[in-house]
Structures are given as C-alpha cells and as structure tokens.
Ligand binder design. Structure first.
Ligand code: ZN
Length: 294
C-alpha cells in the first residue's frame, strides 16, 4: 500500500504488519491505520485537509484524550491545549495531575470545559461505558465534539457484552480478552450498531464515518463523531495536497528507531535536536513504559 501519511506527511509504502484496523503503519512516524483514521476525521471536524503536522496551532482549543500513543499525540500536544490522560482510578493522582490522569467514568473537570474529546479504542475497556458517555457530554462545551473509535461491527445490531458488569464485581460471560501495550487491559465488549443509541441516550447527535482510503493507508473502519447540542457537521474529505512537505523527519526517524532499538546515546549526544519533540518523545516513552507495566 503506497500513499501519503496524513499525520506526518511522508510519502511511500506503508508497512503492512497485519490486516484489520491497526496494521498498516507509516514507516516514518509509526502511525497506524486507526491513528490516521482518527486524524482524518478530526481534520474534517476542524476543516483541515492537510497532514496533521501542518495544521494550524489552536492553543485555546482544549482537547481531552484518553490513552494517547505515539506521534499523533505529540502533534496534538503541539497544536492544542491538550490533556493526554491515562486511566487511573486513584483519585489523588487524578485530582493532582488533571492533564495526565483521568477516569472517564468520573471526570474531575468542570462542566463545558473541553472543545474536543478523542477516545480511540477506549470505550470497550470502560466498565460503565454509558456513564463515561454522560461524563464526556457534561465536560464538553455546547457544540463540542467527541471523536470515537471502538472495535465495531456494523453487521451486528447489538453490542456483545463480554463481561457482566451489573453487579459490584466483573463476571466473565465470555473468555476474558485483553488488549493494550502490556496486554493487561480487559475488553468489556464488542460494539454493534446500538453504539449510536448509547451515545444518543447520553445526549449526543451522532454520525458514523465509514473510511477506506488506500492513498492514506487507511484500512476499512468506522470512526464516530458525537456532538453536543448540535448536528454533526463535517468538512468534505479532499485529497491531501501533492507537496513533499513532511513533519520533522529527523526527529521521527530517530524516535521510531529509538523505540525499536534504544538509541538513547544518539539522542543525548545531539545538541541540535528540537527540545520540545525530544521532551514529548521521552514523556510518551515513559507513558508507554508505565502503561506496559500496569
Ligand atoms: Zn507518518
């Protein structure tokens, strides 16, 4: 699959690591097919039809994301007033570090305090997902959007509940299935078309965006946009410009190389690297590491 990455702008062949939503990876920035699907849809929400690295900065747009990973999160941190949070039920950490930790079922943010929320493959891991949807509706401003992906099958009318969560403790209905960096994150369910009804019950208007865009290395998948107090409006999805501009290639090459080969001394030896990206990269690495340990 050859094309242009709509995250970092690189042209070339995408690495096909597996079929499905994830496995088509940009060799430059490491973004997956799902990352690029989220980026493309968020771009349509914002009216941006260029790779994410070239989006204009919106420092007053406050964005909440759960469990961000990789290069896309680094760009978001640069473009927005960005809260890239990890799930942590520990109330103290959540209250003390509102930019780093959050429990979507019980958010410690004021009403109407965010312009956008991104939840990419998060909701299937949330025990009480309808509560989380209501919480996100509460913290979004009027007209604000939630961009959402989950394991989803459009041919399925009803969500498959893998775990019975009606009681105080989890009761496995199906063999437990774990996802995530360390393979420790329990998947509570696999969504069907009733996902739209769940979001509507939380107060959102909803649109499912069906994607299949080989030129961007995006495999067939759905991204949902849910909007508070208004109908969903999306800009047309045009082709990316044909320029050859890319994000900070050197840094990303080193970042990807570092992640795979631990080239720490190279980073430390270079005094000319962009400090901001370096810092963001280390933060992300640390997060990935902590996440894998959980
Ligand atoms: Zn890329």
């Amino acid at each position: 699959m050859t094309g242009r990455c709509n995250v970092c702008g690189a042209r070339g062949r995408f690495l096909r690591l597996e079929r499905g939503r994830e496995g088509t990876v940009c060799g430059n920035c490491g973004s997956t097919s799902r990352n690029r699907a989220v980026a493309l849809t968020l771009g349509r929400v914002l009216g941006e039809c260029i790779p994410v690295f070239a989006w204009r900065r919106r420092p007053t747009v406050r964005v909440l994301e759960s469990s961000p990973r990789g290069a896309l999160a680094m760009f978001f941190a640069e473009k927005f007033d960005y809260y890239g949070t990890e799930y942590d039920p520990g109330v103290i950490r959540v209250v003390m570090q509102p930019r780093a930790f959050a429990d979507f079922q019980q958010l410690h943010y004021a009403d109407s305090s965010f312009d956008l929320v991104i939840a990419s493959d998060v909701f299937e891991h949330i025990r009480r997902d309808s509560e989380a949807m209501r919480e996100l509706h509460r913290v979004l401003r009027s007209g604000g959007e939630l961009v959402l992906t989950v394991p989803y099958d459009h041919t399925r009318a009803q969500t498959i509940q893998r775990v019975d969560t009606t009681g105080p403790t989890d009761v496995h209905v199906l063999p437990p299935q774990y996802h995530g960096g360390g393979g420790h994150t329990l998947a509570y369910r696999e969504y069907g078309r009733d996902l739209v009804d769940l979001l509507a019950a939380a107060g959102f208007s909803v649109e499912r965006v069906e994607l299949d865009d080989p030129a961007l290395g995006i495999t067939p998948q759905s991204v949902f946009v849910a909007r508070k107090d208004a109908a969903v409006e999306l800009a047309a999805s045009g082709a990316l410009p044909r320029d050859r501009q890319t994000g900070p290639m050197l840094w990303y090459r080193l970042f990807v190389a570092y992640k795979s080969m631990s080239l720490a001394p190279l980073f430390l030896a270079s005094g000319r690297l962009r400090g901001k990206y370096l810092f963001a990269g280390w933060t992300q690495l640390f997060r990935d590491f902590m996440h894998a340990r959980q």
